[in-house]
Design a protein around this ligand. Sequence first.
Ligand SMILES: O=c1ccn([C@@H]2O[C@H](COP(=O)(O)O)[C@@H](O)[C@H]2O)c(=O)[nH]1
Length: 529
Amino acid sequence: MDDAAIDSLILKLHDVNAVKFGEYKLKSGLLTPIYIDLRVLVSHPALMNQVSSLIYQRVREEGLQFDSVCGVPYTALPLATIICSRHEIPMLIRRKEAKDYGTKRLVEGSFKEGDRCLVIEDTVTSGSSILETADVLQNEGLKVTDAVVLMDREQGGVEMLDSRGIRLFPVIGLSRLLDVLLSAKRIDGQTDQSVRTFLRENNTFRPGKQNGAGAPVPKKPCVEPKREQSYADRAQLPGVHPLASKLLRIMEEKRSNLCLSADVSTGEELLQLAESLGPKICMLKTHVDILKVCVCGGEGGRQNARWERTRSCRCDVCRQDFTAAFSQKLQASAEKHNFLLFEDRKFADIGNTVKHQYGEKDGGPSIVIGVSRRAGGIFQISSWSHVVNAHAVPGPGVVQGLREVGKPLGRGCLLIAQMSSQGSLAAGDYTKATLQIAEQHADFVIGFICGSKITERPEFIHMTPGVQLEAGGDKLGQQYTTPEEVIGRKGSDIIIVGRGILEASDRLKAAESYRKSGWDAYTKRVSVQ
Ligand SMILES: O=c1ccn([C@@H]2O[C@H](COP(=O)(O)O)[C@@H](O)[C@H]2O)c(=O)[nH]1
């Protein structure tokens, strides 16, 4: 890059107060002695042009290949617009929130599945804002492997993104900025030193890493490689939920991070799947409301007495599948083959209601307005399913209601932080709020349903649906990503696979392929990092 142009830009940025010294709060809440405020650029069109040119120069120098450009909202949006307009490159706009009318898209602009999108950012600290935008783009089927940033605060953003498969190319590093301001006597030696100390001591990824201004990202990381904790390590962490610990141990023992989504319509087939594929999986996910249930209320077999007693009809009319005996068989199979049961019920009501839907604390009948009623409905989920899940949309009360029933039984809950379906609204701030609810209820919430890792806290388990051996989708908006992508690049822990296995001609062989792909991606991840 043109050193003189960069030095001159640094001084101009200082002139317009885009570089401030004092005490400022970063997005993370951390107090910093230097603040880069590139929002002021919009009032200085000549400077905007200069910044955009230098960003584009960096793109060219690195020979980056892409089909479109997306600026991280909001400050980098006008920069991306100038670059795209000047060089006639298609641009995409990532919405921070989906509209509640019209197309409800999170990414505006035209693109095809698999198109490569280059991300542009104004300033990077930890890299989380770039990652957030990249996640949204990737959830829409775009490939994001490269990003360019004007100002790198050299606090671990490059390394963090590198660990998530995104190369970040900075135009200016903070050390270079300090050098220039010091030689121009814009700052004194004391300020220079205090900022450098702050940067050294506040690396958000790995302490001590300094990134040369404008230097290309090293092909190999020049920091000590950090090994990610294995499932077995995480199972032993103090404070990890006992059920999460059990699941992590099962995964390690069975060398399986595969959850089978057994979306079948008869109990017989479900039990047969549990028996035959049990050895390959760490978890069996059910939708028991797909199973045939009694439609005759016991009339069909004139077995009313039995129906009242057992809720089990088995007459020739309805051949009810979900019975107490059935759930016992399912539990026996889970015990025998060492996997957990997960009823994918997706609770989404107020605490008081979900408590009744989930079951009873003691499993007995409850009296409601003088009528004997068995809470938990016909499925009695809390009595047999180790894990359930909930949407965060009602707020923390949904978890509190489920916890009242599930915690005494040793059950655990997954919160739905993101969904695999196209146009899902569970993204961005919603995902963050979901994480907060989980953190506040970590004695019951064991992890998330999500597209990628949403927290570095190792006690939470990330489970990802929408997985097939080839990326793609179905006609109703389901989007598929591969096990390598989900486990290897997106940092999730468990792949949830349904039709990829259920529709295979040899289900056992298919389950073994998914088990192996998921496991191989995990072993690569824990040994490489
Ligand atoms: O975001 C979500 C949440 C849940 N699911 C469930 O996972 C399976 C996926 O089945 P496939 O046949 O592999 O598509 C299904 O039970 C969904 O209800 C999801 O797909 N996405």
